[in-house]
Write a protein of this length. Structure first.
Length: 199
C-alpha cells in the first residue's frame, strides 16, 4: 500500500494495481460454447516456458505467451479476438470490486484463527492449556461434532472479494489504478478487478 494527498491535503491510503494490458485470447458465444464470455490473458511469459498447445492458442489471438489466463462474462462492449483492454476501460467508474486469493497463514490454532481467548490461567490442574479450544460439546448425545464447529485448521489462502473500493487515481500511460484501502493477497499477486454493474 501507499498513500497520496487529495486537493484538500487529506492523506488517502491506497493500493496501486497494474491493470492491463489484457489481451482477448478467446471469445465464447452461445452458438459455439453455449454461453457468452471472454478469455483474457495478462503478464508476458517466455515462449520457451510455454506449452506448445498454449503457444498456438496465443498465436491465434496475435498475442505473445502470457502467465495468467482467466475467463470473465458480463462485458457491455463487444470485444473481438486479439483486442487489448487497458486501464482506460475503468475511466468512467468510481467504485470497483476486487477479487484475489488472500495470504496463506498455514495451520493455525483457534486463538489465531477465530480469536478464542483460550482456557485462561494455569490453576485448577490446567497444564499448557492456555490456547486450547476447550469443550466441543456433544457427549452421549448427539455423539458427534456439529458441522461448522470453529476449530484449528488452515488459515487464509481463500478467494476473497472486496466490494466498492473507490477509484482514487488512474495513470493511463503506465496502466496503473489506485484504489482507496487495502485488497486481499500478497504483493505481486494477481487480482481480478470488476465494476459492480459490469465486468
Amino acid at each position: 500500500m501507499t498513500s497520496i494527498f487529495d486537493e484538500n491535503g487529506v492523506n488517502i491510503p491506497c493500493t496501486v494495481l497494474e491493470v492491463g494490458p489484457c489481451t482477448v485470447t478467446q471469445v465464447k458465444t452461445k452458438e459455439s460454447d453455449g454461453y457468452k464470455s471472454l478469455q483474457l490473458a495478462f503478464d508476458d511469459k517466455k515462449e520457451k516456458n510455454t506449452p506448445a498447445a498454449m503457444k498456438g492458442h496465443f498465436k491465434k489471438a496475435g498475442a505473445t505467451p502470457k502467465r495468467k489466463v482467466i475467463e470473465l462474462s458480463g462485458f457491455i462492449l463487444d470485444w473481438k479476438l486479439g483486442d487489448v483492454i487497458t486501464v482506460d476501460y475503468f475511466k468512467d467508474d468510481l467504485w470497483l470490486d476486487v477479487t484475489a486469493v488472500s495470504k496463506g497463514k498455514g495451520f493455525q490454532g483457534v486463538v489465531g484463527r477465530h480469536g478464542f481467548s483460550g482456557i485462561g490461567g494455569t490453576s485448577h490442574g490446567q497444564h499448557d492449556r492456555e490456547r486450547a479450544p476447550g469443550s466441543l460439546g456433544g457427549s452421549s448425545w448427539p455423539s458427534r461434532v456439529f458441522r461448522g464447529m470453529r476449530m484449528a485448521g488452515q488459515t487464509g489462502n481463500k478467494n476473497v472479494k472486496v466490494l466498492n473500493l473507490k477509484v482514487v487515481k488512474i495513470i493511463p500511460e503506465n496502466n496503473l489504478l489506485l484504489l482507496k484501502g487495502s485488497i486481499p493477497g500478497a504483493k505481486g499477486s494477481y487480482v481480478v478487478v470488476e465494476s459492480p454493474d459490469r465486468t
